[in-house]
Design a protein around this ligand. Structure first.
Ligand SMILES: *[C@@H]1O[C@H](CO)[C@@H](O)[C@H](O)[C@H]1NC(C)=O
Ligand SMILES: *[C@@H]1O[C@H](CO)[C@@H](O)[C@H](O)[C@H]1NC(C)=O
Ligand SMILES: *[C@@H]1O[C@H](CO)[C@@H](O)[C@H](O)[C@H]1NC(C)=O
Length: 190
């Protein structure tokens, strides 16, 4: 009887502690910062090339100022982006106000990872498809805004995107018809 009671007490303490830790872990998770309501793109707006998504009227999209914590093995989704003038990226890259050849390994990162330009012109190492490549951060994939003319009526970026040039996909030897979205992980190089 006495033994049973003390294991019950221990179990209770165990429950209180796990609950405590789960609450702390939960608080560190990246939560949405807001929502925007999709507007129908005006005729001829929103470029559907390269798997770009267009905002849908009345649909809500979550916005994020944060991204998941960066580690040596940061999980992300690799997407395809054009960095040349006239491509889906639109404006010149935020880091250097320049356009970049899609034959150079460059990426745009979700707002949280872009970290107010702190990763600008730094390299990250991307691991995917059993290979790795170093790519230079040149732009932001805006997770805080979207569905307006500045963003070609595309939804805000998710918070875990590495939006990469053709050269990155080529270095990872992903066949052309599979270049859309790929589960990868990445880390800061050097
Ligand atoms: C689609 O991506 C390719 C490769 O990155 C790029 O050359 C092309 O300009 C993009 N198309 C558009 C319309 O943005
Ligand atoms: C990426 O850069 C790091 C640091 O400069 C280097 O150690 C590593 O070998 C490079 N990886 C590739 C795939 O080029
Ligand atoms: C960054 O990566 C690019 C592309 O792989 C490479 O050419 C360049 O040397 C790297 N820069 C540094 C500082 O490692």
């Amino acid at each position: 009887m006495k033994n049973n009671n003390s294991s019950a007490v221990l179990f209770l303490i165990f429950l209180i502690f796990t609950n405590y830790w789960l609450t702390i872990i939960e608080a560190q998770k990246c939560k949405p910062s807001g929502k925007i309501k999709g507007e129908k793109p005006p005729a001829g707006q929103c470029n559907k090339d390269n798997n770009s998504d267009c905002c849908e009227e009345g649909k809500y999209y979550s916005t994020y100022k944060c991204s998941p914590t960066v580690s040596r093995h940061t999980k992300a989704i690799l997407a395809l982006n054009g960095f040349e003038k006239g491509s889906d990226g639109g404006a010149p890259s935020e880091c250097d106000s320049k356009y970049h050849s899609d034959n150079t390994p460059v990426v745009a990162l979700s707002t949280g990872w872009f970290n107010k330009k702190k990763r600008c012109l730094k390299n990250i190492t991307i691991f995917g498809n059993g290979r790795s490549v170093n790519a230079t951060v040149v732009d932001e994939c805006d997770s805080t805004m979207g569905c307006d003319s500045d963003h070609d009526y595309q939804p805000p970026c998710r918070n875990n995107i590495v939006d990469a040039s053709k050269a990155v996909w080529e270095a990872l030897k992903v066949p052309k018809d599979k270049r859309g979205e790929l589960d990868i992980h990445w880390t800061d190089a050097n």
